[in-house]
Design a protein. Structure first.
Length: 208
């Protein structure tokens, strides 16, 4: 880095724990192999706009791909075996929080991220991209506030979402999801009507 200090904004381990990826305020993404020297194994200087906070980097389950959520309102996909340019880039994904997440679906077929909105200017969304094509395949209006955190749990097969106005939501499929939120909405027959209402609000049947 030509002797200059850079400030990391987010970092993560690969699923097997052998690689560590970090994004920095100068726009770079760097990846270290913990079995090698202190120098990065992979380094891309202009991954995102300098001076912006890349809020999330996350590895795919197969370990071959890295997703990065930029403070420049982009989501990018990288093949770490050819770390010389992004595989795909999606723009027009507003983010106003330095911790906005992105994540892979448990089957590695989708990448998900949230979008930010100014108060009174629309809805924060959860946006789904197909990994192979990066086509924007689905989106959900979550609430009239920014979508900041998201987690797609690999065992429960449920998506947890946190928003800028303090809401926490869980999305699931009643047939494919396991336990988790399902225990709250189908606990007793006496709450059947309430459970039915919640189910309609919280199901993603096509992609879970």
């Amino acid at each position: 880095m030509q002797g200059k200090k850079v400030i990391p904004t987010t970092c993560t381990y690969s699923r097997d724990g052998n690689l560590i990826a970090a994004a920095c305020q100068n726009g770079s993404i760097q990846i270290w192999d913990r079995n090698l020297t202190v120098h990065p194994k992979f380094h891309y200087k202009q991954a995102h706009d300098p001076g912006t906070d890349t809020s999330c980097v996350t590895f795919s389950y197969d370990g071959n791909v890295l997703a990065s959520r930029g403070g420049d309102d982009t989501l990018k996909l990288w093949d770490i075996r050819q770390f010389n340019k992004p595989l795909f880039s999606a723009s027009d994904l507003p983010t106003m929080f330095p911790m906005t997440d992105c994540c892979f679906s448990p089957d590695d077929k989708l990448i998900v991220t949230g979008t930010s909105v100014q108060r009174g200017c629309g809805s924060g969304k959860l946006v789904f991209f197909e990994r192979k094509t990066f086509q924007r395949v689905y989106e959900i209006d979550i609430t009239d506030a920014s979508v900041v955190r998201c987690l797609w749990h690999p065992k429960l097969n449920q998506i947890m979402v946190g928003t800028g106005n303090g809401l926490a939501k869980v999305y699931y499929d009643p047939n494919k999801s396991q336990r988790g939120a399902k225990l709250c909405v189908v606990k007793t027959q006496r709450k059947a009507k309430q459970a039915e209402t919640l189910t309609q609000d919280y199901i993603i049947t096509r992609y879970l």
